[in-house]
Design a protein around this ligand. Sequence first.
Ligand code: ZN
Length: 160
Amino acid sequence: MTLGNLRDLYQQVILEHYKKPRHKGKTNPVHRYQKGHNPSCGDTIELTLQLNGDGSLIEDVKFDGVGCAIAIASADLMADALQGKSVDEALEMVQRFQNMMKGGAEFPKEQRKLNVMQGVSQFPVRIKCANLTWHTLKAALESSQVAKPQGFVSNEKEDT
Ligand code: ZN
């Protein structure tokens, strides 16, 4: 695939996270499990979350899966940004990311690493790839317990 005219720096960061993801694997223990699939590209992400005692804070996020550079880099960047965030903050971040993919919002200074994905909003076919991990996160956070492994969300019907 080609990232077209994405700015070189951003392209480099994306490729780095794709080749050497820092948050690949499975959390221990697993408090939330959610699988997400993006049929238009073939990306599949399996997210696992470790929460604190009352389930209000995200202690760890890991992902597994196969996908294009955009999908994997997006998952890794997301996992990085979510460490220690509250569930409410995480849901706001989902919203913000989806707005960013529509060419709107960007992330504030503390989360500016996520803005490397901003260029993807110029490539409509890639937006679903970038959104997949966030879409999957939202489903994971909104389920009150560990989902059955065979259950998965698809972002096929999502507007781009
Ligand atoms: Zn993809």
